[in-house]
Write a protein that binds this ligand. Structure first.
Ligand SMILES: Cc1cc2nc3c(=O)[nH]c(=O)nc-3n(C[C@H](O)[C@H](O)[C@H](O)COP(=O)(O)OP(=O)(O)OC[C@H]3O[C@@H](n4cnc5c(N)ncnc54)[C@H](O)[C@@H]3O)c2cc1C
Length: 404
C-alpha cells in the first residue's frame, strides 16, 4: 500500500489550500480558531461560497452537484478545509439525508430537495434518537399511521442537533406496530412548520444550546414524503449511519487545534517561563501528536483501500471507520484537556458562562482567548457519544473486524 501522494494530488491540495485562504471569510475563521459559537448565518454563508465553487457536496454524484473526485481528492479536500479552520459543513443535509435521497428517493424528491440541500436553502435536522432509543435505536416508538394520503405522526425525538433552526427533519418512525422491531420502521421527511411540532431546547453542560427535544402531536405528513418503501426505513438508516461515521477522524481539525494549543502555551507563564518550555507539558503534547500521526496513517490506509476499489467513492461504510471515530474522538478530547491546562485558573466554574449561550461571546475574564476554552472542554465530551458511542463502535469492531 502506497501512502504517498502523486504530483497531481499535491497540485490539487495546493489549489484547495489557495481557495480556503482566499475565500474563507476571516471573521468566520476567527470564530472557529478561537472556539466561539458559530451562528446559522456563518454556516449558510460558508456553504454558499463552497456551492458557488461547485464544492458544496463533492461526494455526491456529478448529476446532483458532486465533483466526481475519488477518495483521495475527497480526503485532501476535507483535510485542507479542516486545517484552514473553516466551519464544518452542516452534515444533516449534505452527508446524511442527501445521500439517502440520492440512493433511495424518487425523482420528484431528488429534484425538490437536493439542490436546496447543496445551497443550504433548507436546514435539515436528524430525528432518530428518542428517550429510550439511542444505542438501541430500533426500539424507537414514534408512530406514523397512514390515512387518506397522509401519515399522522405522534411521539418524541431527542438530542436533535440545531433543530431550532431547521426547516425540515428526517425521521425514523414506526409504521407497523405488529411487526418485529427493525421491520416496522419507515423513513419520513417532515416539514418543521407543520402544525403539531414543538421544539424545546436542552441546555448542555457548557451552557450552550445545540440540542433539542422535538415533540410530534398528530402531525399530518403527506405520504409523498416517505423515502423508498414503507417498513424498509431501517435499511436506509443503516446506510446513513455508515456515512455518518466516515470522515469522522477529524485529523485536520486536531492538527489545527494542536497548533493553537502551542501558540497559547507560549503566551502563558509557568514557573517563570512560558508553559510551552515546560518539559512535562511538551511531553504531553508530543504524546498526543504521536497518536494523531498514527490516526492519520490509519485514515490514509482506509482512503487508499477505498481508492483501490474500482469505482469506490470513499463513502462506502467501512467498519474501520469505527476505529477512526474512537481514536479521533479521544484525541480531540485530549487536546481540550491540554487547553484546559493552559487556561488554568480561568477555567474555574465561576468564570464559565453557564446560563445563556449568548454569553459565550461576551468578553472573558482573563486573557481574551481564555473564555471559550473551558466550555470547549465540556462541549467536547459529546464527541464520544454522538454518531454511535465509543462503546458501540467497539462492539462493531469486535463483530465486523475481529469476528468475535
Ligand atoms: C451532542 C449530541 C448531539 C446529538 N445529536 C443527535 C441528532 O441530531 N439526532 C439524533 O437522532 N440523535 C442525536 N444524538 C443522540 C446520539 O446518537 C445518542 O446520544 C447516542 O446514540 C447514545 O444514545 P443514548 O444517549 O440514548 O445513550 P444509551 O444508548 O442509553 O447509552 C448509555 C451508555 O450505555 C452504553 N451502551 C449502550 N448500549 C451498549 C452496548 N450494547 N454495549 C456497550 N455499551 C453500551 C453507551 O455507550 C453509553 O455509555 C446526539 C447526542 C449528543 C450527545
Amino acid at each position: 500500500m502506497d501512502l504517498r501522494f502523486t504530483p497531481e494530488e499535491n497540485t490539487f491540495r495546493a489549489e484547495v489550500r489557495a481557495f480556503m485562504r482566499e475565500r474563507l471569510p476571516p471573521a468566520i475563521r476567527a470564530k472557529v480558531v478561537e472556539g466561539r459559537h458559530l451562528v446559522k448565518e456563518d454556516l449558510v454563508t460558508w456553504q454558499r461560497i463552497l456551492n458557488a465553487r461547485g464544492w458544496a457536496v463533492p461526494h455526491w454524484p456529478q448529476q446532483w452537484g458532486g465533483t466526481g473526485w475519488g477518495p483521495v481528492e475527497l480526503y485532501l479536500f476535507r483535510d485542507e478545509m479542516q486545517q484552514a479552520q473553516a466551519p464544518e459543513p452542516l452534515p444533516f443535509g449534505t452527508s446524511m439525508v442527501g445521500p439517502v435521497i440520492i440512493a433511495f428517493g424518487n425523482d420528484a424528491q431528488k429534484k425538490r430537495f437536493l439542490p436546496r440541500i447543496a445551497n443550504l436553502d433548507d436546514w435539515w435536522c436528524q430525528g432518530f434518537s428518542e428517550p429510550g432509543a439511542g444505542s438501541d435505536l430500533a426500539s424507537l416508538k414514534t408512530s406514523a399511521k397512514r390515512a387518506d394520503g397522509h401519515y399522522i405522526v405522534n411521539g418524541q425525538k431527542t438530542w436533535t442537533t440545531l433543530a431550532q433552526y431547521a426547516d425540515w427533519i428526517f425521521c425514523l418512525v414506526r409504521t407497523d406496530p405488529a411487526a418485529k422491531k427493525q421491520e416496522a420502521i419507515s423513513f419520513l421527511l417532515i416539514d418543521m412548520k407543520t402544525p403539531g411540532i414543538t421544539v424545546r431546547p436542552i441546555q448542555t453542560i457548557d451552557g450552550g444550546h445545540e440540542v433539542n427535544e422535538v415533540f410530534f402531536d398528530d402531525v399530518k405528513v403527506p405520504a409523498e414524503n416517505l423515502i423508498g418503501q414503507e417498513n424498509k426505513g431501517w435499511d436506509y438508516a443503516k446506510f446513513l449511519l455508515g456515512n455518518e461515521r466516515s470522515g469522522i477522524a477529524r485529523v485536520g481539525i486536531s492538527k489545527a487545534r494542536i497548533r493553537r494549543l502551542k501558540e497559547l502555551a507560549a503566551l502563558e507563564q509557568s514557573g517563570g517561563k512560558p508553559l510551552i518550555a515546560d518539559e512535562r507539558f511538551r511531553a504531553k503534547i508530543a504524546a498526543v501528536e504521536v497518536e494523531l500521526k498514527a490516526l492519520e496513517m490509519t485514515q490514509l490506509r482506509v482512503v487508499a483501500a477505498a481508492a483501490a476499489e474500482r469505482g469506490g467513492n470513499g463513502n462506502r461504510p467501512d467498519p474501520a471507520s469505527s476505529i477512526l471515530k474512537i481514536k479521533g474522538s479521544e484525541i480531540q478530547q485530549a487536546i481540550t484537556e491540554l487547553l484546559l491546562e493552559v487556561v488554568g485558573p480561568y477555567a474555574l466554574p465561576d468564570q464559565i458562562p453557564h446560563d445563556q449561550s449568548e454569553r459565550w461571546n461576551e468578553p472573558p475574564i482573563g486573557p481574551d482567548w481564555a473564555g471559550p476554552l473551558a466550555p470547549g472542554y465540556f462541549n467536547a465530551r459529546k464527541i464520544s457519544i454522538y454518531g454511535g458511542s465509543n462503546e458501540i463502535q467497539k462492539n462493531i469492531i469486535a463483530k465486523a473486524i475481529l469476528g468475535l
